[in-house]
Write a new protein. Structure first.
Length: 570
């Protein structure tokens, strides 16, 4: 693609921008609409009203006659999603290359391959949505800068990122095939009786808590022989690694030996990862949920009786509500709500769990009589949970040996390498009987669905559209409500929060009234409505009235987490 300006196309736009130089910023409205260049089309869908207002919303459409991507690269949902992810990353890198990271903005991906509304590709065209900060001097149009940005640098971004000939074919193919392989591996878990798979030679450790890239000094993963399984990649070649069967699995070991690192990799195994991440072939059952204590969260009409009952002062635990939950209560709610939303695997790390919900040892049982203790600890309910609902558990446990008695298998991490110590753990259980009493009732109890009152959102300006504001601490602010998702650990990109905000606002504004016919639907009904919506980027478009490029796919389990955190302020 040439950077030359065809006289009737970009040169016309350049002339308009030059004439606007020094005028009021609002006059940028004159360029709204579509502009052709080099066989492509640039759309200004929304022009920002002020240099300090949110950037202008734009699209670029490149016909396949120009882009010329091999149809095999986007054949099937997973391959198409991976190619869109690749193009998004290339578009962002091209922006950096031309030196305009503040002026041109696209949703920046992390280490995972996700469905995003900022890019679409099919047999007809490639479409990319981005934001553009139109240049200004004070509150006046910087016309010459605009000409350089829009008519010279932007075409170069398109040429470098949206044309097939600009890429190394092997790199594109690797990106697509890596996602396809991971998805294919994940599809084999349930038939093989597994809930997670960690490939040999995977790199699990990250550079830091705020840098999700692989640690270059990390030790490559190697499965113990007793847990090694062989699965197949999409091309039917074999890959070996550690398979974690359904059931109750403990990850044990000394401090700093890699217990939590392994659990975090399994936690993120619900996503496909980019080539070079190290966790490309670490895959987990798609309904796995990380559970933790969450002091201060609100709980509304939750049935916690499986874990908390006979509360003081006659408070109900079958319809429990609070605006400020304790650690144990919040963790109990997180477990019950997740299973009700479809979770089949629970992931727990003792470091982020409430101790009193996890276990009560023999001495504490003798000190506090059962009739004065409302909490039935998880150690007594983890087996009934599996037996009644088929829910497996993987937990990091470094300080409580009582769990050895209920575990199906025990994996010990030693210098970041796993060992199967199940037989040793069972021998210890036999040699060291535990005097603690097991809860009399070995029944987990019902999982009723919460009804979501769509009227909980009360607009401060009923006639004014509202999109939902995303705060830096992972809170969604909309109308008079605030939903704190900072401890929902499997949300990995800000665009996922924007999607959740858009869904909640859309529900309240009645955009799905044909599917949601009551003001107080069951949560399960809402989740069914949105299950299909999350399948592709075009489905995300149903959530907003404008062509937003800011939305990222979420699971219905995270949607349930957001809806369950709505505060009842009627």
């Amino acid at each position: 693609m040439s950077n030359a300006l065809p006289p009737s196309l970009l040169q016309t736009l350049a002339q308009v921008l030059a004439q606007l130089d020094g005028q009021s910023y609002r006059n940028y409205r004159q360029i709204k609409g579509r502009h052709e260049f080099n066989g492509c089309t640039l759309h200004f869908d929304r022009i920002q009203s002020d240099p300090y207002a949110p950037p202008s919303q734009c699209r670029v459409i490149v016909p396949q006659t120009v882009a010329q991507f091999d149809p095999a690269l986007y054949q099937g949902r997973i391959r198409a999603m991976a190619l869109r992810d690749y193009l998004t990353r290339q578009f962002d890198q091209a922006i950096q290359a031309v030196g305009q990271p503040k002026a041109l903005q696209i949703l920046r991906p992390g280490q995972v391959i996700l469905e995003r509304s900022c890019c679409w590709i099919d047999a007809t065209q490639v479409e990319v949505r981005f934001r553009l900060n139109l240049p200004a001097v004070g509150r006046r149009i910087a016309g010459k800068q605009a000409v350089k940005l829009i008519c010279q640098q932007f075409p170069e971004v398109v040429a470098q990122s949206l044309i097939a000939t600009a890429f190394d074919p092997a790199a594109v193919a690797q990106h697509v095939e890596t996602a396809e392989n991971a998805d294919y591996l994940r599809s084999q878990l349930q038939p093989q009786g597994l809930i997670a798979f960690v490939a040999d030679d995977a790199v699990l450790a990250r550079r830091s808590g705020i840098d999700d890239r692989p640690d270059p000094q990390a030790i490559a993963f190697r499965s113990p022989d007793s847990l090694r399984v062989q699965l197949q990649l999409a091309d039917q070649s074999a890959i070996s690694g550690m398979g974690i069967p359904a059931g109750i699995t403990l990850i044990v070991g000394g401090g700093y030996h890699g217990k939590s690192t392994l659990l975090r990799a399994i936690e993120r195994g619900i996503y496909n990862h980019i080539p070079g991440d190290g966790r490309e072939y670490v895959v987990t059952a798609p309904t796995a949920v990380k559970i933790r204590a969450e002091d201060g969260r609100c709980i509304h009409d939750a049935d916690l009786s499986a874990l908390i009952n006979h509360l003081p002062l006659g408070r109900s635990s079958t319809k429990f509500s609070t605006e400020n939950a304790s650690g144990s209560t919040s963790q109990a709610a997180n477990m019950v709500e997740s299973v009700a939303a479809g979770a089949q695997v629970l992931l727990l790390d003792e470091d982020t769990c409430a101790t009193n919900l996890m276990v009560r040892d023999a001495r504490m049982q003798r000190l506090i009589a059962p009739e004065h203790e409302p909490i039935t600890p998880l150690i007594d309910q983890v087996q009934p949970l599996q037996q009644q609902y088929g829910v497996s558990t993987i937990m990091v446990m470094g300080g409580c040996g009582d769990y050895l008695a209920v575990a199906d298998r025990v994996i010990a991490m030693q210098e970041f390498l796993p060992r199967d110590v199940t037989e040793l753990a069972q021998a210890i259980v036999q040699d060291c009987p535990n005097p603690r009493a097991i809860a009399a009732s070995q029944i987990f109890g019902p999982l009723p669905q919460r009804q979501i009152d769509c009227r909980l959102l009360t607009p401060t300006h009923p006639t004014k559209p509202h999109r939902g504001k995303i705060q830096a601490d992972q809170k969604i602010q909309f109308y008079q409500q605030e939903v704190d998702l900072g401890l929902v650990e499997q949300l990995v990109e800000s665009g996922q929060l924007k999607t959740l905000a858009a869904i909640i606002v859309a529900i309240h504004q009645g955009w799905f009234e044909t599917q949601i016919t009551t003001q107080t639907p069951d949560l399960s009904q809402l989740l069914q409505v949105f299950e299909q919506l999350f399948e592709n980027a075009q489905g995300l478009d149903q959530l907003t009235q404008e062509r937003s490029g800011d939305l990222v796919q979420v699971r219905v389990i995270e949607l349930a987490a957001a809806l369950n955190r709505l505060r009842d302020r009627r």
